[in-house]
Design a protein around this ligand. Structure first.
Ligand code: IMP
Ligand code: MG
Length: 176
C-alpha cells in the first residue's frame, strides 16, 4: 500500500508486467523502422515509459518533448494547458506520439489538431495505458500497451498531484 497526499493506493501492475508490455510495444513498433520516425514524448507522465520504450526498440530514433496538462487531482479538467509546444520541424515526418495514459482523449485530440497543422507525413499514437471504457473519441490509437478499467492509477511516471511518479510499479486508487 502507498499513501500520496490524502489518498491510499494499492498494487496494480508489477514491474515484470510493465516490462512485458513495453517489450511487446517496442516489438510492434519495429514495422516503422524504415520511416525513421520522430518520437514525441508527452511530459511529464510519459518520461519513464518513454525511456524504457526507446531502449527496447531495435533501432535508433530521434526524440523530442512536449508538455501538456489536463488533470487536476484525480479528474480530467476538460481544459488542456500547453506548457511546452511543438519543438522542431515536423513537416513531412512520420511521428510517434508517446502518451502515458489516455482517458477522455481530450489531450490526444488537442495534440492531433496542433500536430496536423504542421503537416507531418503521418502521426501514430501510442499509449502505455488506455481507459477504454472512457475513451469515446474516433481517433485510432495505433499502439496500446494495456487497456484498463476506469481506475485512477499512479506510478511509472503517472502522478497524483505530482507525487508517485517514481514508483516502479503501477498502483490504483483504493476505494475505502
Ligand atoms: P485525457 O485528456 O482525459 O485523455 O487525459 C490524459 C492525461 O491525463 C494523461 O496524459 C495523464 O497525464 C492524465 N491522467 C489520466 N488518467 C490518469 C490516471 O489514472 N492517473 C494519473 N494521470 C492520469
Ligand atoms: Mg498527469
Amino acid at each position: 500500500m502507498v499513501k500520496l497526499h490524502d489518498k491510499t493506493f494499492e498494487p496494480y501492475l508489477s514491474e515484470l508486467e510493465i516490462q512485458e508490455i513495453v517489450k511487446e510495444m517496442a516489438r510492434k513498433m519495429g514495422v516503422l523502422k524504415d520511416q525513421k520516425p520522430l518520437f514525441i514524448i508527452i511530459l511529464k507522465g510519459s518520461f519513464i515509459f518513454a525511456s524504457d520504450l526507446v531502449k527496447a526498440l531495435d533501432y535508433d530514433v530521434e526524440i523530442c518533448f512536449m508538455q501538456l496538462k489536463s488533470y487536476e487531482g484525480t479528474k480530467s479538467s476538460g481544459k488542456i494547458k500547453d506548457i511546452m509546444g511543438i519543438p522542431q520541424q515536423i513537416k513531412g515526418r512520420t511521428l510517434i506520439v508517446l502518451e502515458d495514459i489516455i482517458d477522455t482523449g481530450n489531450t490526444l485530440e488537442y495534440l492531433n489538431k496542433h500536430l496536423l497543422a504542421e503537416q507531418p507525413k503521418k502521426i501514430y499514437y501510442a499509449s502505455f495505458l488506455l481507459k477504454s471504457s472512457v475513451y469515446k473519441k474516433t481517433l485510432p490509437i495505433d499502439f496500446v500497451g494495456k487497456e484498463i478499467p476506469n481506475e485512477f492509477v499512479v506510478g511509472y511516471g503517472l502522478d497524483y498531484e505530482e507525487l508517485g511518479r517514481t514508483l516502479t510499479q503501477i498502483y490504483k486508487l483504493k476505494i475505502s
